[in-house]
Design a protein around this ligand. Structure first.
Ligand code: SAH
Ligand code: SF4
Length: 361
């Protein structure tokens, strides 16, 4: 017999049809789903939020993803790469602010100079106060050797969104060539896990052509891959990208926000101990978006530490939130916003994924 909505909510072993029922919830049912997800999060992870100071290292990218403003085919971007001193002063600032961790992100590059440079930067960040900062990397697809060298240098978490777990949709949002292979992306996730990284993935929500069926499959993909972290957020159409011409196929902002929240909530029920990021993109579609994502089950926020003058060049999508905020303002703003929804920031800790540390203990 089919389970009732209330019974599904109390379970954690969802089949795909049940996931779809939850993702389709609206009004009081949606509220009930989010409430239940928050309750589960509090039970497993308490009311803590972990921070990663985000350093957007550079916007040069070898890829040409059809949705992203940093794609190599976009001639309108002024390209930059932060100096070592810029990166290290961001990392020192993260440490001073008590963030506990940094995340280094950039466009995808695989040339040896870049690869070596990252390893060197990771080693330098590790020297700050005797290795007190946790390090997450989000630098795209790389060879196993590269991933290993960065891990050995001291990085211990890696974020690589699958973007969509549907191969069909994947090839609608990426060019069809060797540089944009779905298989390769999945293989990279497997490599990262086997090297020993806390591995994170995620998808964009509200892509043109995306179906409820595919979103349910995305959640099952995260579960099957047994990842330690997930970052998912709304897709935001960027005018200087090829996917923009399908913007009339993109659900309105409030619908993308709601679907993102439901995805987070259902995933929290399915994987109660993983780390989940409240993506900045949430705040672009809704001024309260990040807090809403936290209230629906996310537990990580990545405040931007990129020096002001470069932030507007890291133009992955339009109207990025907090582009003009200074880090110290951002910190007190976060404290207040999170306290208002019953959460607190856990300062000076790496904030590793419980799903991961339990396995390796
Ligand atoms: N180059 C690396 C990391 C930088 S891109 C990589 O691709 O993995 C980081 C994330 O930005 C991507 O994973 C993608 O999910 C997100 N992104 C890109 N364009 C976007 C858009 N238009 N709207 C919302 N998110 C976007
Ligand atoms: Fe490059 Fe990442 Fe943007 Fe794709 S999503 S174009 S890899 S920065």
């Amino acid at each position: 017999m089919d389970r009732s909505f209330e019974d599904i909510l109390l379970a954690q072993d969802f089949g795909k049809e049940e996931i779809k029922v939850l993702l389709a919830a609206e009004g009081p049912r949606m509220k009930e789903l989010l409430r239940r997800a928050r309750e589960v999060k509090f039970r497993y992870l308490d009311n803590y939020v972990h921070l990663r100071g985000l350093i957007e290292y550079g916007n040069v990218c070898e890829k040409n993803c059809l949705y992203c403003g940093l794609r190599s085919g976009n001639g309108k971007v002024e390209r930059y790469l932060l100096s070592d001193e810029d990166v290290l002063s961001c990392a020192r600032l993260a440490h001073e602010l008590g963030y506990g961790s940094v995340a280094l992100q950039s466009g995808e590059r695989s040339d040896p100079a870049f690869v070596d440079h990252i390893a060197q930067l990771v080693r330098e960040i590790k020297k700050i106060d005797g290795g007190s900062l946790g390090i997450t990397l989000s630098l795209g697809e790389q060879s196993e050797e590269t991933y290993r060298s960065w891990f050995e240098a001291g990085a211990h978490r890696y974020l690589l969104r699958i973007e969509s777990s549907s191969e069909e949709l994947y090839y609608k949002i990426h060019p069809k060539n060797d540089k944009h292979s779905f298989r390769k992306r999945v293989e990279c996730l497997e490599m990262l896990k086997s090297i020993g990284y806390q591995t994170g993935t995620g998808v964009m929500v509200g892509l043109p052509f995306q179906t409820l069926d595919q979103l349910a499959d995305d959640l099952l993909f995260f579960k099957r891959m047994d990842v330690a972290m997930v970052g998912l957020g709304p897709y935001i159409p960027h005018p200087d990208t090829p996917l923009y011409r399908f913007r009339d196929q993109v659900p309105p902002a409030d619908a993308r926000m709601d679907m993102t929240l439901k995805m987070i909530a259902v995933l929290r029920l399915m994987m109660p101990e993983i780390n989940m990021v409240a993506a900045t993109a949430n705040q672009t579609v809704d001024p309260q978006g990040r807090e809403k994502a936290i209230a629906a089950g996310a537990n990580v926020i990545m405040p931007n530490l990129t020096p002001g003058e470069y932030r507007e060049s890291y133009f992955i999508y339009p109207d990025k939130a907090c582009v003009k905020d200074r880090p110290d303002q951002c910190k007190s703003c976060l404290d207040i916003r999170l306290a208002a929804i019953g959460h607190q920031i856990l300062y000076n800790e790496w904030g590793d994924s419980l799903a991961f540390t339990k396995k390796t203990r």
